[in-house]
Design a protein around this ligand. Structure first.
Ligand SMILES: Cc1ncc(COP(=O)(O)O)c(C=O)c1O
Length: 419
């Protein structure tokens, strides 16, 4: 019989296989200094485009003070135990109430993490006869939640309404045949790789034709989209028709935790049936108080949202003027599509970091098809005009080098940290 570890350690997986050259540089890099648009990477100053600190809250002095005061008062332990048993507090309930109001729902339930929360919501909502219809480009937390689902699931091509209807017809037919079960549709408010919004308006309009409930992961839209920051549903004028609204605190709130919001009865159902919360310690008080403060700022400082959008517009217009392909983003998430191999992409990223002081993330094969490179730029409210201008210049110069074949290398440059 084979030894399990021996088998795994033969290649370390599709990304792990590069670790000896990449660790600490292309993978697991360490950004140091105050979180913001300028940080240090391996001792060098860099302009950072990799953080979802959309509203620039991570280092806001009022937030730093609130976090520090709350940690000093409560430590990181209080309250102990799961919410249901002994880990509840008035502040946890207050945060739920304020979140629900912010996203225009009756009630909300706190989750310790977005990823775990989503996996567990899917588990709590669906059983054997239910059918889940979902977008092909949904985030890993949704895909992994589907793995727990014992019933059928039908995927539709990303944002493709024709295919969505086809899958809805299959799902409806199956449920009629089974004489049991119901349909849950799961999509995102903003797709984090390409930056396009989910077609929520069109999908909820189809409630007239098909019977289903919809769960929307709006991790990127929460706090950034819509008149009040209530997200993609608000931006598209259909927030009310979203049955379950989900977001993490890891992006515009620059914190930890997540929530799901909807009608009081279904949120109460989730509260009493979601295993990731029932069998886990509740969010520490310092996070709850820190998140209350962040939410207050989301409500009261619309100028942060305006700054984010001004920066996103300047960056995206600048890229388009210089002939870059940024796909069909209609949000601040800014992908830059180029052609090249994994080795070329890493050489180009190295040039950007070492010689231009630009730190951005790349997405390459096997996450996307071979021969394609996506640079993912995340503008935030804390970027400056100078950051954007320097970045546009650097992108123009390095793209010329890429096209001229200057980054053609045999192997991924060896940039690993000594371990
Ligand atoms: C769309 C989406 N959903 C869920 C998550 C997971 O949230 P968390 O980091 O709170 O686990 C992320 C990433 O943070 C995300 O981008």
């Amino acid at each position: 019989m084979a030894d399990l570890f021996e088998r795994l350690l033969k290649d370390y997986g599709p990304l792990g296989q590069h670790r000896e050259r990449a660790h600490g540089y292309f993978a697991f890099p360490k950004l140091e200094g105050e979180i913001g648009s300028r940080m240090k990477f391996r001792g060098k100053d860099v302009i950072v485009w990799s953080l979802n600190n959309y509203l620039g809250l991570a280092n806001h002095p009022e937030i730093r003070k609130t976090d520090a005061d709350a940690a000093a008062k409560y430590g990181l332990a209080y309250p102990m135990g799961a919410r249901m048993m002994s880990g509840n507090s008035n502040q946890h309930e207050q945060l739920e109430k304020e979140l629900a109001e912010f996203v225009q729902k009756e009630d909300a339930a706190l989750l310790n993490y977005g990823y775990q929360g989503m996996v567990s919501i899917i588990d709590a909502l669906c059983s054997r006869h239910d059918v889940i219809v979902y977008d092909a480009e949904n985030h890993a937390c949704i895909i992994d939640g589907l793995r727990l689902h014992p019933g059928h699931r039908y995927v539709y091509k990303h944002n493709d309404l024709e295919d969505f209807e086809k899958q809805m017809q299959r799902a409806t037919a199956l449920i009629e045949k089974q004489k049991a079960g119901a349909i849950l549709v799961i999509t995102e408010g903003v797709f984090g790789m390409a930056g396009d919004q989910g077609k929520l308006k069109e999908i909820v309009a189809l409630k007239k034709k098909y019977q289903f409930r919809i769960l929307v992961d709006d991790a990127h839209g929460f706090g950034t989209l819509g008149k009040t920051g209530a997200g993609a549903g608000e931006a598209q004028g259909i927030q009310k028709q979203i049955d379950l609204y989900f977001s993490t605190f890891a992006k515009s709130m620059a914190s930890i935790g997540a929530f799901v919001a909807g009608d009081r009865s279904i949120i109460d159902y989730i509260r009493y049936n979601i295993r990731s919360q029932i069998f886990a310690k509740s969010l520490p008080m310092a996070f709850v108080i820190g998140n209350l403060k962040r939410l207050e700022m989301l409500r009261n400082l619309p100028e942060m949202r305006k700054k984010l959008w001004d920066n996103a517009t300047m960056l995206q217009e600048g890229l388009k003027e210089r002939g870059f392909d940024i796909g069909n983003t209609d949000t601040m998430v800014t992908p830059v599509y180029m052609k090249g191999g994994v080795e070329e992409a890493t050489a180009m990223v190295m040039d950007l970091r070492e010689n231009y002081g630009i730190f951005c993330s790349i997405v390459v094969y096997p996450v996307i098809p071979k021969g394609h490179i996506i640079y993912r730029l995340i503008p935030t409210a804390s970027h400056t005009k100078d950051d954007i201008e320097k970045t546009l210049e650097a992108f123009s110069e390095t793209k010329n080098k890429l096209d001229a074949g200057a980054y053609k290398v045999e192997a991924i440059p060896d940039m690993a940290e000594a371990r």
